[in-house]
Design a protein around this ligand. Structure first.
Ligand code: GDP
Ligand code: MG
Length: 598
């Protein structure tokens, strides 16, 4: 195909504004799939994604369209991951396009991720076509939302399209706008090959299937290619376009989007953002913007049954084949035994991996509280990065500690500004500024420690704004903070898997609430068990788990009741995750107790 007749575009939106539904309608409209063939939301494939309504892995589809000008066009729709954890992946998918459909829900207006996505699209010089979706809803206020887009983002909305991805209104107008306003690719067909990798997945027959956009040159079956960042070389076995399944082709030229298989056995060799070139005639410079995805959040994963350790390792290896941003290495805990320290891009990424380990691999896991990576400047000079509280150096060796911070944007109706500022303050936030989007809605900017938004921040945000506030953030760097390691002692012995890193000013309060919560979470034993929170040798708080009372025990030893109880216990065992630490059974909830606020 001539580049003049290619359009590469993506859809950007805040979650739930209708991105997947719109993609489905466009696919249906251009006849790639008939309605009957089409599963709902073909672009969100994994079960988990469908359930949570998020897109984790990007998919793409190639559509043929004959426009009103009578010409035939190839329209490549590149799906972008829809979550803040995958910002880098989103940015690479955007870099593969010349234009973007900006979908805004006509009943909701602009939200935090709408803005975050728009800024990213503008950074990549994409032509943005506003699509005001869900105009079928009785609560839709399309004209108001149009004004908002114009005033807040400063986009020209004269080309905005009123649409309903549900009923199909506006689909033809959207496709015409893509043809007319998204610029065609302008690659150099005669230059050495340069193709941008924006996604990949692992197939057990083909190996790693690499998704890419060709910028310059041509790639053909049988070519020897090189990944410029890793230096690895492979022979192209197969080339594909997306229809939406992988459909073989012989070559892909400048401007085109497709995939290749080259008997690549490890996803690690294929990094999102890397440039593919030809080994015999390599490009001099890679495409700009390559960056290795770094895990931001770490947690310990341990099998409840210690003989599942091997299965857990196999499962992690399998998941990693498909997800190069997942990292793991063996670790041992005195309390929990053999497990793995795993690194994730963010909390959603962590949740998804945990859920997959449990569902797809049928593993019963204990997870320790997630933590960020701290940078410690040592008194003797030098720096260490700490991913595990167990590795925290002795206080005397610490000159200073730095923690990752984010810049957060919170969009909310103005009446909730008070409670939300209080929340941010409480989480050690620093106010940056506040912009009015219109007379009723504001965009609050805060600098916040990443560790403070890791757990229930989002829930709190929703509670305090009755569900109206939206939130987005980007990690901006490291800043000094007075962090200390807090140990939890059971029966006088520290339980390594319960140690956590906390801010010194919060340690006292947190220590007290933590031991109180643990007292309730840890089942009573035959003997009294003291629980203490401590920093170094200094005890911050103490509670005792009272022993089981005599009369309770008496009942246990009585005939039928015992058997019944035993049966009940047995049944519960299957469901409950407990880990025996010394003589005390600790339930999963206890390992997370540090994260929940009262
Ligand atoms: P995404 O998170 O942006 O991919 O949003 P989805 O496509 O999953 O849509 C979120 C919800 O909005 C789903 O329940 C859709 O059925 C619904 N939805 C999407 N488009 C429309 C529309 O035009 N009208 C109405 N009434 N509902 C829509
Ligand atoms: Mg979706």
């Amino acid at each position: 195909v001539d580049q003049k007749h290619i359009r590469n575009f993506c859809i950007i939106a805040h979650i739930d504004h209708g991105k997947s539904t719109l993609a489905d309608r466009l696919i249906e409209f251009t006849g790639v799939l008939t309605k009957r063939e089409m599963e709902d939301q073909v672009l969100d494939t994994m079960d988990l994604e469908r359930e949570r309504g998020i897109t984790i892995k990007a998919q793409s589809v190639r559509m043929d369209y004959t426009a009103d000008d009578g010409e035939h066009y190839v329209l490549n729709l590149i799906d972008t991951p829809g979550h803040v954890d995958f910002t880098y992946e989103v940015s690479r998918a955007l870099a593969a396009c010349e234009g973007a459909l900006l979908v805004v829900d006509a009943s909701q207006g602009i939200e935090a991720q709408t803005l975050a996505n728009v800024y990213m699209a503008l950074e990549h010089d994409l032509e943005i076509i506003p699509v005001i979706n869900k105009i079928d809803l009785p609560s839709a206020e399309p004209e108001k939302v149009k004004r908002e887009i114009e005033e807040v983002i400063g986009l020209d909305t004269s080309i905005a399209i009123m649409a309903s991805a549900k009923t199909g209104i506006g689909m033809k107008e959207i496709l015409e706008a893509v043809v007319n306003f998204v610029p065609p690719p302008q690659g150099d067909e005669r230059a050495p090959l340069r193709a941008l990798i924006y996604d990949s997945f692992y197939d057990s027959y083909k190996g790693v299937v690499t998704y890419f956009r060709v910028f310059d040159g041509t790639v053909r079956k049988g070519d020897r290619i090189r990944f410029m960042a890793t230096g690895k070389e492979f022979i192209v076995d197969d080339l594909y376009v997306f229809r939406p399944g992988l459909t073989p082709v012989d070559e892909l030229r400048a401007g085109e989007v497709g995939a290749l298989a080259a008997a690549i056995r490890e996803v690690k060799n294929v990094r999102v953002g890397d440039t593919i070139t030809r080994a015999d005639n390599p490009a001099r410079e890679p495409l700009p913007g390559y960056r290795k995805a770094t895990p931001m959040v770490f947690t310990g994963l341990y099998p409840v049954e210690s003989n599942d350790y091997g299965r857990l390792r196999d499962a992690l290896e399998k998941l990693q084949l498909n997800d190069a941003s997942l990292s793991f290495e063996p670790e041992t805990s005195e309390a929990l035994g053999f497990g793995f320290r795993c690194g994730f891009l963010g909390l959603l990424h962590m949740d998804v991996i945990q859920e997959r380990l449990e569902r797809e691999f049928d593993l019963n896991l204990i997870t320790t509280a997630p933590n960020v990576v701290y940078r410690i400047n040592l008194t003797g000079g030098g720096q260490v990065m700490i991913e595990n509280p167990a590795d925290w150096p002795d206080q005397t060796m610490i000159e200073s500690v730095e923690e990752p911070v984010v810049k957060a944007s919170i969009i909310t109706p103005s009446e909730y500004v008070g409670p939300l500022m209080e929340l941010c303050q409480d989480r050690r936030g620093t106010f940056i500024n506040m912009e009015y989007l219109n007379e009723k809605r504001v965009n609050l900017h805060y600098k916040l420690p990443l560790s403070e938004i890791m757990y229930d921040f989002f829930d709190q945000l929703k509670t305090r704004s009755r569900g109206y506030a939206s939130f987005d953030y980007e990690v901006t760097g490291y800043e000094q903070a007075d962090m200390v390691k807090m140990d939890i002692l059971l029966n006088g012995d520290p339980v390594d898997a319960l140690s956590c890193i906390v801010h010194r000013d919060k340690a006292q309060k947190l220590g007290r609430s933590l031991v109180t919560r643990l007292r309730k979470l840890i089942p009573r034993q035959l003997f009294e068990v003291p629980i203490q929170a401590a920093i170094g040798n200094k005890i911050l708080a103490r509670e005792n788990i009272a022993p089981l009372r005599k009369d309770v025990l008496a009942k246990c030893y009585g005939g039928d009741v015992t058997r019944k109880r035993k049966l009940l216990e047995k049944q519960k065992e299957g469901k409950k995750r407990m880990k025996a630490v010394g003589s005390v059974e600790i339930p999963q909830e206890a390992f997370m107790a540090v994260l929940s606020t009262d």
